[in-house]
Design a protein around this ligand. Structure first.
Ligand code: BEZ
Length: 211
């Protein structure tokens, strides 16, 4: 059965481009992103890993550790990383898991047989410091992911984990947020001293509380 939001992200030991890791130990108290690729030396994947590497500081600032995965081996990963660094003008510093026996891909349901019997689709899991799955994305091989959107989602997840707010459509860091329905407007006015704008009784905005 596929993994759902709130499930514990399965732990695993795996060979990676930076050596063997125990996933949960590697994450420690950080947030995590685990994302899969159809194969090494493929063009869309090369750009995706390049974009991720270019955003390494942005992920680190948010206390997020990134791990990529494909079903190719470590030696192949090393050769591919050299290509990514050369063509995308980056230095890939995050591990790429060598999931040759597909153990991780199967645990995370990353192979969708009606798309491909052998290759992983573009799955992405965001995992909280409690090791629970906070978000999943699944893209086909032909569509590269938007890693600025992944950062935006992390900003929302980290904010809403700590405050009784939700983020509206297309929200970005710094914009007003929504007061969750569970809070009365009277309580919201106490909780959010910057003010509460009531558009409808169920649609209430407040300035981002941690800014
Ligand atoms: C790619 O990563 O470029 C790719 C992989 C499989 C099918 C299509 C594109």
């Amino acid at each position: 059965m596929s993994l759902r939001l709130g499930d514990i992200a399965p732990n695993f030991k795996a060979k990676t481009s930076i050596g063997e890791i125990n996933f949960h130990e590697y994450l420690g108290d950080s947030w995590g992103i685990l994302f899969s690729h159809p194969a090494d030396f493929t063009p869309v994947c090369t750009t995706e890993l390049g974009r991720t590497a270019a955003l390494q500081e942005a992920f680190a600032k948010r206390n997020v550790k990134v791990l990529a995965l494909s079903v190719d081996g470590v030696e192949s990963h090393h050769q591919w990383i050299a290509d990514i660094n050369e063509t995308q003008h980056v230095t890939v510093g995050f591990p790429i898991i060598a999931d040759e026996d597909k153990a991780v891909a199967n645990a995370y349901d990353m192979i969708h047989p009606n798309a491909s019997e052998t290759f992983t689709v573009r799955s992405l899991f965001i995992i909280g410091p409690d090791k629970k799955i906070k978000l999943t994305l699944t893209y086909p091989a032909s569509t590269g992911r938007n890693f600025v959107e992944v950062l935006r989602v992390i900003d929302s997840l980290q904010l809403t984990a700590n405050y009784s707010v939700a983020t509206p459509a297309n929200w970005i860091e710094g914009e007003d947020v929504i007061v969750v329905p569970a809070i009365t407007t009277a309580d919201a006015l106490v909780k959010f001293p910057k003010g509460v704008k009531v558009i409808k009784p169920y649609l209430r905005y407040t300035p981002q509380p941690n800014k």
